[in-house]
Design a protein around this ligand. Structure first.
Ligand SMILES: Nc1ncnc2c1ncn2[C@@H]1O[C@H](COP(=O)(O)OP(=O)(O)O)[C@@H](O)[C@H]1O
Ligand SMILES: [Mg+2]
Length: 364
């Protein structure tokens, strides 16, 4: 109930999302009871190491998981509608009584899911990816791409109107020679220009929410910064909400209104940047990421470097998923034995600041 209140008024609210895959290595728990939200007009950063479940959570929102998920559960509320509504019909509930839905009728599940997301994917929620050139169709021009996207929002646009809209959007994404670029094919665009075009394509449908999955990772550092500044100014000008996915925590410090940190498929900390960056009052994992980003190398702080590697997604450790790498657990009153045994719940340390770590349980 508490969580429901915390997510009230959000444009997007992901609650206890689980997306698991059956693989020949076993059950991959890609997203495992992750919760996060994006308020109207907010720039939210979803941060975590590679493999932490960031992309699978975004693709779950978009209904774009490319292989059949074995198990799905939780809620994805967007503008008051649960995008996972009624999918339980195509699932069976685990016999051990847990509320995890095992997808039995994959084609029925997919059909229903497609229905749930119809009118939302590409229209109310847009998405851009790491590799912009491969997201564009090589046979179509920039004008075609933007025009088609605008057509999703406005019926019966003429070719000329679509062309005008394409020109307008190219200016909005600060392309310096829109009249040339509008005729270009994807292969003629540089990486940075292609990403601007992708942003224009996604936004021409006038979505409420833009999900950007590592959109700057493949770009040079200077271009990266330009794209980020562009997204930030578009967010402010258009009252757009952005879910920005990145492995780079430093991006969060400059651009985000709020940050959610993912580890092993869970959100282990969330809150505004100033709270998360308070280095004596954050999750040891977040602190390790910050430490690495700031490249502090004094001996005194050495224990703050995150050692080891993220858990294998099939065999998660018991208790807190971070405990095998955590240097802080030994400082707790029980020497960290609870961390090894029991998974921390969401602890509210401050208004809007939540941490899943036993260190923040009163008494520790
Ligand atoms: N279609 C799939 N089938 C099986 N496992 C998958 C699939 N997609 C992703 N995974 C696994 O899920 C985990 C999370 O992946 P992902 O969300 O892509 O991580 P991130 O985006 O944080 O780097 C990884 O272990 C990945 O190998
Ligand atoms: Mg990813």
């Amino acid at each position: 109930m508490k969580e429901h209140n915390a997510h009230n008024g959000a444009l997007l609210s992901v609650r206890n999302l689980r997306t698991y895959f059956h693989t020949n290595k076993g059950l991959v728990r890609a997203v495992d009871r992750a919760s996060y939200k994006v308020d109207k007009g907010a720039f939210v950063c979803l941060i975590g190491e590679s493999g932490s479940g960031k992309s699978v959570s975004a693709l779950s929102i978009m209904g774009l998981i490319d292989t059949s998920p074995g198990i799905v559960g939780g809620e994805i509320m967007f503008e008051g509608t649960n995008l996972l509504e009624d999918l339980g019909k195509y699932c069976t509930i685990n016999s051990n009584g847990s509320s995890i839905d095992i997808v039995k009728d994959i084609s029925g599940w997919r059909k229903r899911h497609r229905l749930n997301i119809a009118g939302i994917r590409g229209r109310r929620i847009g998405m851009i990816f790491q590799d912009p050139v491969s997201s564009l169709n090589p046979l179509f021009t920039v004008a075609d791409h933007i025009g088609e996207s605008a057509g999703l929002r406005h019926d019966k646009l003429s070719r000329k109107q679509k062309f005008e809209i394409a020109l307008e959007w190219l200016s909005k994404v600060r392309i310096s020679s829109p009249k040339e670029v509008v005729h270009a094919y994807p292969f003629q665009l540089s990486g940075g220009m292609a990403q601007r075009v992708m942003i224009a394509v996604a936004l021409a449908a006038e979505p409420q929410l833009l999900i950007a999955d590592e959109p700057t990772t493949a770009l040079d550092a200077t271009v990266q910064l330009e794209i980020l500044k562009l997204l930030k100014s578009l967010q402010e000008e258009m009252h757009l909400s952005i879910l920005f996915i990145t492995h780079d925590i430093s991006i969060g410090s400059n651009f985000a209104d709020s940050i959610a940190v993912m580890y092993a498929g869970r959100v282990i900390e969330s809150g505004p940047p100033h709270a998360i960056f308070q280095r004596d009052n954050n999750h040891p994992y977040t602190d390790g990421l910050l430490h690495a980003a700031l490249k502090i190398t004094t001996d005194a702080d050495d224990k703050k470097f995150i050692k080891g590697s993220p858990p294998d997604s099939v065999h998660h450790p018991s208790g807190c998923k971070f405990h095998p790498r955590c240097e802080l657990k030994s400082e707790l009153s029980d020497g960290g034995s609870r961390c090894e045994r029991e998974e921390p719940h969401d602890i509210k340390v401050n208004e809007n600041h939540h941490i899943r770590c036993w260190k923040y349980e009163p008494g520790n």
